[in-house]
Design a protein around this ligand. Structure first.
Ligand SMILES: C[S@@+](CC[C@H](N)C(=O)[O-])C[C@H]1O[C@@H](n2cnc3c(N)ncnc32)[C@H](O)[C@@H]1O
Length: 256
């Protein structure tokens, strides 16, 4: 039976979509394998548990903490570190002012520092001891700018600790900060407080439950979002965001 031209077109488009989807899945699988290859574990059991990573030409050792969420390095952090390393020309961090919120064990802050940024790694007070230890151990005498570690509990004392008039960040980094916790309003408030007109937000979002995933819609009331990488096999999307109406400005062209 001969196909009409519209049936032929439909079939062609379906086949095209299928092969694009398959290519996308293959790319996802290949890059995720490459990202996960950056992680290694100690050969012997040590007194303090640690995980190792290879980024920015360095071996990075991360000591795990006892707190449940800040205890380990989450896959979103690896996705963000891999992106920063492999796109360091387009997103040149040398001498840029970077703040990481919800830094946990500190991998993203460490990698940004090794890439030349002036970094402030932040988290809840109870996480700061281990965060400081990891940051210091992996950046001392290895970085252009020594990073600092500071308390930032979302939504609390923002103006006192990070005054709008004197704080300017070129980048805000956030990996896996949206999950089942009661501080999503405060998280949005924090992005809003720290983000200037020329600040770029690099946010790795792990999609879990619908209720928390809706945060993306609320985020978009204040910021324009662009997907820069997507890993369906990990349920992680890496976004770049800027204040509404500012997205056309390329990061390398920002007046910094
Ligand atoms: C899932 S962990 C991600 C840690 C790290 N970014 C990573 O990807 O490995 C979430 C982080 O957000 C921090 N966090 C949770 N609630 C917070 C709050 N109200 N204020 C500041 N940080 C918070 C936790 O302490 C934890 O370090």
């Amino acid at each position: 039976m001969d196909l009409t031209s519209s049936q032929h077109n439909r079939l062609h488009n379906e086949q095209k979509r299928k092969s694009e989807r398959q290519a996308g899945e293959k790319e996802d699988e290949q890059i995720v394998t490459e990202i996960m290859r950056r992680r290694f574990f100690p050969d012997v059991i040590t007194y303090k548990a640690w995980e190792g990573f290879h980024f920015a030409g360095h071996e990075i050792r991360i000591t795990e903490a006892t707190d449940c969420y800040g205890a380990v390095v989450w896959p979103s952090a690896l996705v963000l570190c891999y992106f920063l390393e492999t796109n360091s020309k387009q997103y040149n961090l040398v001498d840029k002012n970077v703040i990481e919120i919800g830094a946990g064990t500190g991998l993203v802050s460490i990698v940004a520092s090794l890439l030349g940024a002036l970094v402030t790694a932040t988290d809840l007070p109870e996480l700061l001891g281990n965060l400081q230890h990891n940051v210091l151990q992996n950046t001392k005498l290895k970085c252009k700018h020594q990073p600092c570690v500071k308390e930032l509990s979302w939504g609390i004392d923002l103006e006192k600790k990070f005054p709008r008039a004197s704080c300017h960040f070129d980048y805000i980094m956030a990996a896996d900060v949206v999950y089942h916790h009661p501080f999503l309003d405060e998280l949005l408030l924090t992005f809003d407080h720290l983000c200037k007109n020329d600040t770029v937000i690099m946010w790795a979002m792990k999609f879990r439950l619908d209720k928390e995933n809706q945060f993306v819609d609320r985020f978009q009331t204040l910021f324009d979002l662009e997907v820069i990488s997507n890993f369906p096999s990990l349920n992680i999307t890496l976004y770049k965001a800027m204040r509404k109406g500012r997205m056309k400005v390329r990061p390398s062209k920002l007046p910094i």
